[in-house]
Write a protein that binds this ligand. Structure first.
Ligand SMILES: C[S@@+](CC[C@H](N)C(=O)[O-])C[C@H]1O[C@@H](n2cnc3c(N)ncnc32)[C@H](O)[C@@H]1O
Length: 354
């Protein structure tokens, strides 16, 4: 029995995950993320043999940190490209301050308009956004790969994996909702249904931990940066059957990703999913590892679902970018409960400003 029409239009208005590029906070938050910085640094140092004396393209260089790491790893030339004019002028100063102007060429503008007369050996980028695909930067990595990467060239990170698991977060839910019962001794309870409709309507970026997970995570999509195509990204669909670890009320699904710095294409293709997760060169953003600025993305259901321990939790997930509104990602979850199949639809702005 379907309780909601699966073809109904999502009721959510345009909302985005969180911060946008021009905000200084956006770069500060990234640069403060030690897990992110450390993993990129280790990966670039580890792959130094593929970088030394080579030409690198840093796609969406932001503050230039990845360009500088590549220059320090011995790159002969680094094209540091960013469309944010304010940030690109800062990069030039940062590069100067680090005495690397002879290696790093800072290019202000959209990389789609970039004119370089040579192919590159390495593409480095921090393209991962919320639910892996937020920020819409992977599309740009694919375009750059097809346009400039030499055969046998390296892409860092080389792949990404999106995971999902049902979570319970009842305390957080109550805290947000019950707060309205008494605000400076004023009854604001009419705000409760407003909060329920709005605060949990679009994907929430928040931190949970292992305790919040009710089932084993499942892979939604593994993206190999050497072979993924743009049409493949426009519609991702996966059915799931998760082993329930404990009983409890599910508030929704948590999503997070890993970015893997495997290296050369043949190395990426030889790895099993398990080897990939075990590798030290993985940037993990899940609930059971040290936190990153990506935290987790939580999709709240309209009503909670009771899970029984040992019973599989089944359903399907689809992530679609409509051709009409490429800036949008539609998230559709179908999941089985005691009352039959339930449908939860959300949409979010991928925020790709350029
Ligand atoms: C996630 S940030 C990169 C952060 C950077 N690695 C750092 O650590 O500061 C992505 C960057 O891509 C840039 N960007 C987005 N679309 C672009 C495009 N089409 N061409 C060039 N840069 C783009 C944004 O301005 C933003 O600075």
């Amino acid at each position: 029995m379907l309780q909601q029409d699966p073809n109904a239009e999502p009721q959510i208005t345009r909302q985005c995950f969180r911060r946008r590029y021009p905000e200084t906070d956006f770069y500060e938050e990234k640069n403060r993320d030690k897990v992110r910085n450390h993993t990129y640094k280790s990966a670039i140092e580890y792959h130094a043999d593929n970088i030394r004396n080579k030409v690198v393209l840093d796609l969406g260089c932001g503050t230039g940190i990845l360009s500088i790491l590549c220059a320090k790893a011995g790159a002969r030339k680094v094209y540091a490209v960013d469309a944010g004019t304010d940030i690109a002028s800062q990069v030039a100063n940062i590069v100067d301050a680090n005495g690397l102007s002879h290696v790093i060429i800072v290019v202000r503008g959209r990389f789609e308009d970039l004119e370089i007369n040579e192919d590159v050996d390495v593409i480095v980028s921090e393209w991962m956004g919320q639910m892996l695909l937020g920020e819409d930067m992977l599309l740009r990595v694919i375009t750059a790969r097809d346009r400039w990467l030499k055969p046998g060239g390296v892409i860092l990170p080389s792949s990404g994996t999106l995971f999902m698991a049902p979570f319970t977060n009842f305390e957080r839910y109550c805290e947000k909702v019950e707060f309205w019962l008494d605000v400076a001794e004023i009854d604001m309870s009419p705000m409760i249904s407003f909060t329920e409709q709005n605060a949990f309507a679009s994907p929430n970026v928040d931190r949970i931990n292992d305790e919040n997970l009710l089932a084993d995570p499942q892979v939604v999509k593994h993206v190999n940066c050497y072979s993924i195509t743009i049409p493949e990204l426009m519609s991702i669909g996966e059915s799931f059957s998760m082993k329930t670890l404990k009983q409890g009320r599910v508030n929704g699904f948590a999503f997070w990703f890993n970015a893997e710095f495997t290296g050369l294409r043949q190395e990426e293709e030889q790895l099993s999913a398990l080897d990939r997760m075990d590798s030290a060169l993985v940037l993990c953003t899940g609930p059971s590892v040290p936190p990153t600025h990506w935290e987790q993305t939580l999709i709240y259901f309209p009503t909670t679902v009771q899970l029984e321990r040992g019973r599989p939790f089944t359903g399907s997930v689809t992530l679609t970018q409509p051709t009409k509104h490429k800036w949008l990602m539609e998230i559709k979850l179908i999941y089985r409960s005691n009352n039959g199949d339930l449908v939860c639809k959300k949409q979010t702005d991928l925020f790709s400003p350029f």
